[in-house]
Design a protein around this ligand. Structure first.
Ligand SMILES: C[S@@+](CC[C@H](N)C(=O)[O-])C[C@H]1O[C@@H](n2cnc3c(N)ncnc32)[C@H](O)[C@@H]1O
Length: 366
């Protein structure tokens, strides 16, 4: 039940409670259904969060900041425009990319157990993408507890629309309330609903640097109420060959995904990047236990970021860092999470022990 007897929809759409989550104009309600309808009935909706009301300006400002650094980088969240989200779904189908299949198998095998432990709850998912794996969870929650509020949060509007197709129409007892915004949108919302279960799949936590991850868990712990749950999917440390193959699929889909970030800059900033000189690179750094992904330029380029009237010179052979994917050891991760107030209720792995799903219970008062 939401705290103070309020529904999830009321909290999301209440301008007084949080400026981030509230749509400022009716244009902010996207996905073909107006917000009012979402409030009135359990019909499903997608709400645009205030933090990305001007996505072009957000992208341009961030790109200008991170391209000015040494080494140059771009924030990974910009990999996911409509084309990037489609490419990510294709990556998940590649034979080398074991992560999705491993996590899906765990969810399929253990969804009922998770559901029995957690009890009736609002399900919030961070970086939900097309929500395909979440279907296993939603099926059992609706079977056990009837109407279930599902709040997927994703920076990609296209991914949420795809998720709506996958979920809302398949599961009649799911009230789909998509939020098109960044992970931070979750915090004010989580502050106000309990019981809640946050899901963060795909080992997306591994895209954070160490300091970013620490800040994330600190903020999360401040928002959750004692007894709330967090369902976390993490990729485990393993041999370099398997890891590097997963991020360098033979079909070249991951390479196309990296290159799309620069194609997006051409589309949105008129950057004039010659895309055939952008080479995808993904290497495992054993010392830091992380895959490091980037684009190596085979030729000197000038990248124009026209919305902020700036340009950046990239030398021949220079690499722009686009993403990291950290890998985890459970004997380090479980005590680390306990330091933020999370007790590990379940540790589940796939049959090859490549990937783990942790069910965490908040045991501290805020
Ligand atoms: C690696 S994909 C994982 C998708 C899905 N959860 C899965 O496990 O297959 C990451 C997802 O998070 C979204 N995303 C990336 N950075 C984000 C951010 N800062 N805030 C919100 N969503 C983000 C992307 O659009 C994408 O859908």
């Amino acid at each position: 039940m939401p705290r103070h007897g309020r529904t999830v929809e009321e909290i999301i759409t209440d301008k007084r409670i949080d400026g981030h989550l509230a749509p400022r104009t009716s244009e902010a309600a996207i996905g073909g259904e107006l917000l009012n309808e979402a409030i009135a009935g359990n019909k499903g909706s997608i709400v645009k969060a205030g933090d990305i009301l001007d996505p072009l300006a957000d992208f341009a400002r961030s790109a200008a900041q991170t391209l000015a650094r040494n080494p140059k980088s771009l924030e990974p969240r910009f990999l996911y425009d409509a084309r990037g989200s489609k490419l990510f779904d294709l990556i998940c189908e590649q034979p080398e990319y074991y992560l999705t299949r491993a996590e899906a198998s765990i969810l399929e095998d253990h969804a009922s157990r998770i559901c029995e432990i957690v009890g009736p709850t609002t399900l919030v998912e961070l970086g939900s993408g097309s929500s395909v794996k979440t279907s296993h969870i939603l099926r059992v929650f609706t079977d056990y507890y009837g109407m279930t509020h599902y709040v997927p949060i994703d920076i990609s509007k296209a991914a949420l629309e795809q998720a709506y197709q996958n979920i809302a129409r398949q599961h009649e007892a799911v009230n789909f309330i998509g939020i098109n915004g960044s992970y931070e949108c979750a915090f004010p919302l989580l502050n106000q609903i309990t019981p809640v279960t946050v899901m963060f799949f795909g080992s997306s936590i591994g895209n954070f640097g160490e300091e970013e991850e620490r800040i994330f868990w600190t903020s999360m712990a401040k928002c959750l109420t004692r007894g709330d749950y967090f369902l976390l999917g993490v990729d485990l440390v393993k041999d370099t060959e398997t890891l590097e193959a997963a991020y360098n699929d033979k079909a070249g889909v991951t390479a196309a995904f990296t290159r799309n970030l620069f194609a997006r800059m051409n589309r949105e900033f008129s950057s004039n990047i010659e895309l055939d000189c952008v080479e995808h690179e993904a290497e495992y750094c054993e010392q830091r236990q992380r895959i490091e992904i980037g684009a190596r330029f085979t030729k000197r380029q000038i990248i124009e970021v026209k919305p902020v009237a700036q340009s950046f010179e990239i030398s021949a052979n220079e690499k722009i860092h686009t993403e990291i994917s950290r890998k985890y050891r459970l004997d380090n991760l479980i005590p680390y999470l306990s330091g933020f107030g999370f007790e590990t209720s379940l540790v589940l792995t796939d049959s090859f022990k490549r990937f783990a799903l942790l069910l965490l219970r908040m045991v501290k008062d805020r």
